[in-house]
Design a binder for this molecule. Structure first.
Ligand code: CA
Length: 273
């Protein structure tokens, strides 16, 4: 029994010793052991051929940029839209990949620009008192495309009223939408239609009309012959066919010459009848 144990021990030592002899030290090996990469794939990048017939998708591991997966697939034309007024024509291509790590790739290509609207003539509808105008325009390509805007109108006496002859008031409405041309309307006006001295158009003649005239003249541009302050045909209080300081003077005289006894104004407004 002892002999058997010794033999066994000797045999085990003989087997192990060469291993110790072959491994003189336990220093770390020169090439480190690389653990198996648990890939975490980054965002897929899709690259299309120039004619969109193929698509190549690539994903790179966020842990090791040298680890990439890639696949190229044939693409198909999945949708084609034609251009209309607002939308450009386009083709959509789709590419599906065998590797489930890749989602289907799609690319939409604009093949021609939107056509833009082809507007019909503008229709104008004026308020009964010409204070505002509504402009409407429909598109020749699609009647559901409608432009509509209501804008306030300004009035200018383009032909003076005299006691003998009718004048003309030109109303103008300017729209903020550039595709709606400004509306202009000439309305004949007779001497009897005008409340002379009523510069602000509120139907009465009082100090407010002097204020309106002052504001109008303060803003008046000699070059364009316009003012951003509106006045009404009655602004020509002196009746000489022009609106200027003489109208303020005439209105002041008018108010200053109220006869106590009769309650009548002795100074007249507007053209001499
Ligand atoms: Ca007035």
């Amino acid at each position: 029994m002892k002999i058997r144990l010794r033999f066994a021990f000797a045999s085990l030592f003989a087997l192990c010793f060469p291993l110790f002899a072959a491994a003189p030290s336990f220093a770390a090996p020169e090439t480190p052991i690389i653990p198996y990469c648990q890939h975490v794939w980054g965002k897929a990048t899709y690259t299309w051929s120039e004619d969109y017939s193929t698509c190549t998708v690539t994903r790179t591991c966020v842990r090791n940029k040298n680890h990439t997966i890639s696949e190229t697939a044939a693409a198909t034309l999945s949708e084609e839209t034609s251009a209309d007024c607002d939308t450009p024509a386009s083709k959509t291509y789709t590419a599906s990949f065998k590797n489930e790590a890749f989602e289907t790739g799609t690319a939409t290509v604009v093949t021609s620009q939107a056509l833009g609207h082809d507007w019909n003539e503008t229709k104008y509808v004026w308020e009964n008192d010409y204070s505002a105008c509504t402009a409407t325009r429909t598109c020749k390509r699609n009647e559901s495309h409608v432009l509509e805007e209501t804008a306030p109108a300004s009035a200018v006496m383009t032909k003076p009223v005299t006691a003998e002859e009718d004048g003309t008031v030109t109303y103008t409405a300017v729209f903020s939408n550039r595709d709606l041309p400004a509306a202009t309307l000439d309305v004949p006006i007779s001497y009897l239609d005008v409340l002379w001295g009523d510069a602000n158009g509120d139907g009465v003649v009082n100090n407010k009309d002097i204020v309106r005239l002052k504001n109008y003249l303060a803003d008046y541009d000699e070059e364009s012959k316009t003012s951003t302050v509106d006045i009404f045909p009655g602004a020509d209080a002196s009746g000489d066919g022009a609106v200027n300081n003489k109208d303020i003077v005439r209105l002041k005289n008018y108010f200053a010459n109220l006869e106590d006894g009769s309650g009548l104004f002795t100074v007249t407004l507007g053209p001499a009848a």
